[in-house]
Every structure is written in structure tokens, then in C-alpha cells.
Design a protein around this ligand. Structure first.
Ligand code: MG
Length: 392
């Protein structure tokens, strides 16, 4: 019997990788629904290629174009948030949660609340609302499988073992394009330089987050919620080759690591096939050809965003939610050329400092509360951005 799959974020780079894995196993998977943001032609193409029964586009203005592109296919369509939620509510065994950003939180939360197996690629479910999200997933009997390469490697390394047997969980960071740059040079980095990630091909937001190492900081928050381990257990090591993605150090001194060529189809196939292994056509790992694997401590002076994220995780409460929201606004400002690269952690730090002190030390009690705090932090970050027009 084939597994029924719904793909949220079908037109993004993650969605395209998922489509690749699904299309390679037509006997194993049947696609029920696909969801996209605003790219109607791409969504229609994905729906047709995957044989989906329903396609939902978040932007209502794109619905006419979607309908036209689906003409004659027999694939039903809808638009707006209600259609996105309808796509999630349709019967499925596995939901690939690949909608980027805060827009992915409600649909993904709906999927876990229905007890689905969720191949989680959206970060905000965990960094914005992790406490409530994981609690609701557990009470609905959902299975949350991380697609992100680092967490997926840790999940695989962990096997059947429990947090109590784990001494350290280490996420690797490629170090991004500025790994070897001086602080002075990073300060004047251009947008093009920041977007030139050495190993991974990803969207602009996560690529900038990789250049500042904020991405790794957000991943620590994710790991904390996914694996139920405290901040002291979590570590980061810079590993330029992006071959080792995550490591688990057990109480007996054994270390188990997850290795693969950097290709999102590897963790996607792990999640889609779970607990089985399914074939992918990705380039096989040839360690002798790679020759060496290098590791180094992250430099928190050149990459202060990582320090900020660690501090927010340690502070707890709403701090990680505020950090993530402020970072979104800061990255947006960097992409628009309004601030330099160090303007990103500078803005984030101001917003966290100004907002977190007066917050309840307990995390947002529900996903809606987390989203409200997120919106408040974004508004605050926009104000700070206007007030300080020379952050750099
Ligand atoms: Mg990652």
C-alpha cells in the first residue's frame, strides 16, 4: 500500500527536492495535495508532475492563473489560507512541511494536530513556537521528523537511544562564505558575497542566516525542542566541507555521526521512507576523494549572531521567539541594502534586550501566542531600524 503525501511549499527549493524523491518512487507514494505561495505556473507543474488531487495557492490573486494552468488536468484548486488548511486537512500519512517562514507555522501546526507524520523543514514552528508545537504534536500522536540536514543526522545517529544516554549533541556549521574572513572584511561584505554559499543552494533568507551563523543558532533552538535536551548538551563545530552534518556523543564515550554529501534529497528520503531506507540518485560519498574533513571552533567574535542565539536559548521564555522575529526583519533590511552584515546581530540584540526583560519567563503557551509575540517583535524591530539608520 502506498503512503499518501501532501507537500507544503511545493514550489520552493525544498519542495522541488521532495518532488524529486517522490517521483522516483511512484509505487510507494501517492500525492494528495500540493501547496505553494504565489508561483501559479510552478505549482501547477508540480501538481501535474506528482499527480496531486488538489493544489492550494496561498496568494488569492494567483488563483486565476493557477486555475488556467491546471485546466484539463482534473486537479482541484483553491486559494488563500482556508485552501492551504484544506490541503492539510485532506487525508494523508505524511506531510512535507516546506513552507518557509512564519507563513508555515499554522499549516504545519494543523498537520501535527491531526497526528500526521511531518517531515519538518519549516524552522519557525520550532524557533518561534517550539514549546507549544512539540507539546501539541505529542498530544496528537504526531511524528515530527526533521528534514534539516543537521537534525536529521542527529536523529539518525541517536537511533533508539534516549536523551538520558546522550552527553553531547553537536551540529556542524559550514561557516558560510565568510568563514576565513576578518571581522573588518565581513563588516563590508556585499549582498552578492553573502549570497554565495560554498556548499548549499538555498533560499536568500537562510543563505544570509548561514553567512552570519544565525542559522546555526536557530538550529540549536530547534534541536532543543526536537530532542528535548538542554542548551548545555548542544554544541556547534565549524566543518567547512559539510559532509558530517551532526554528531551524538553518548555516555559511554562513543560518538555516532551522520555523513552525506550536502543534498537535501538525502534527509528528505530518510523522512519519507522512515523507518525504511529508500533509494535516491544523489552523488555517493567518496571519503578518499574528499581526502580530509576539517573541524574548528566557531568564532563568536566574528559571528556574534551565534552567541546571541545561544544566549536567547539559555534565557528561555519568549527570547528565542523574539530573536527569530527580529532576525527576519534584520535580514530583510540587509537584503534591501539598508544595513550591513553586522547590522543584523546589532538589531537583533537591541530588540531582544528591549523586549525580553519584561516578558514572562515561560515560553508562549500556544502557537497563537507565539505568533502574536513574533508580530510584536517584528514591529519593534522595524521601529528600531527606523530609529537607527546607521547600524552596520
Ligand atoms: Mg541546516
Amino acid at each position: 500500500m502506498s503512503a499518501v503525501v501532501t507537500v507544503l511549499g511545493a514550489t520552493g527549493s525544498l519542495g522541488r527536492s521532495a518532488a524529486d524523491v517522490l517521483a522516483a518512487h511512484p509505487d510507494r507514494f501517492r500525492v494528495e495535495a500540493v501547496v505553494g505561495g504565489r508561483d501559479a505556473p510552478a505549482l501547477a507543474a508540480a501538481a501535474r508532475a506528482l499527480g496531486a488531487r488538489f493544489a492550494a495557492i496561498a496568494d488569492p490573486n494567483a488563483h486565476d492563473a493557477l486555475r488556467a494552468a491546471l485546466a484539463g488536468s482534473g486537479i482541484a484548486s483553491g486559494s488563500g489560507e482556508s485552501a492551504v488548511l484544506e490541503a492539510v486537512a485532506r487525508p494523508a500519512d505524511i506531510v512535507v512541511a516546506g513552507i518557509a517562514g512564519t507563513a508555515g507555522v499554522r499549516p504545519t501546526h494543523a498537520a501535527v494536530s491531526l497526528g500526521r507524520i511531518v517531515a519538518l523543514a519549516n524552522k519557525e514552528c520550532l524557533v518561534c513556537a517550539g514549546h507549544a508545537f512539540m507539546r501539541d504534536a505529542a498530544s496528537a500522536g504526531a511524528t515530527v521528523l526533521p528534514v534539516d540536514s543537521e537534525h536529521n543526522a542527529i536523529l539518525q545517529a541517536l537511533g533508539r537511544h534516549e536523551a538520558a544516554e546522550v552527553e553531547r549533541m553537536i551540529l556542524t556549521a559550514s561557516g558560510g562564505p565568510f568563514r576565513t574572513w576578518t571581522r573588518e572584511r565581513i563588516a563590508t561584505a556585499t549582498l552578492q558575497e553573502a549570497l554565495a554559499h560554498p556548499n548549499w543552494s538555498m533560499g536568500a533568507k537562510v543563505t544570509i542566516d548561514s553567512a552570519t551563523l544565525m542559522n546555526k543558532g536557530l538550529e540549536l533552538v530547534e534541536a532543543h525542542h526536537l530532542f528535548g535536551v538542554p542548551v548545555e548538551v548542544l554544541g556547534v563545530v565549524v566543518h567547512a566541507q559539510s559532509i558530517v552534518h551532526g554528531l551524538v556523543s553518548f555516555c559511554d564515550g562513543s560518538v555516532v555521526a551522520g555523513l552525506a554529501n550536502p543534498d537535501m534529497r538525502v534527509p528528505l528520503a530518510h523522512c519519507l521512507g522512515f523507518p525504511d531506507r529508500i533509494a535516491t540518485p544523489v552523488k555517493r560519498l567518496d571519503l578518499a576523494a574528499i581526502g580530509r574533513l576539517d573541524f574548528e571552533e566557531p568564532d563568536l567574535d566574528r559571528f556574534p549572531a551565534l552567541r546571541l542565539a545561544q544566549a536567547s536559548l539559555a534565557a528561555g521564555g519568549g527570547a528565542p521567539t523574539i530573536l527569530n522575529a527580529a532576525n527576519e526583519i534584520a535580514v530583510e533590511a540587509f537584503l534591501q541594502g539598508r544595513i550591513g552584515l553586522f547590522g543584523i546581530p546589532a538589531l537583533v540584540e537591541r530588540v531582544v534586550e528591549r523586549m525580553h526583560g519584561r516578558n514572562d519567563p515561560s515560553p508562549p503557551a500556544s502557537v497563537e501566542e507565539a505568533l502574536a509575540l513574533d508580530a510584536e517583535a517584528r514591529a519593534r524591530a522595524r521601529e528600531e531600524l527606523l530609529a537607527v539608520n546607521s547600524l552596520h
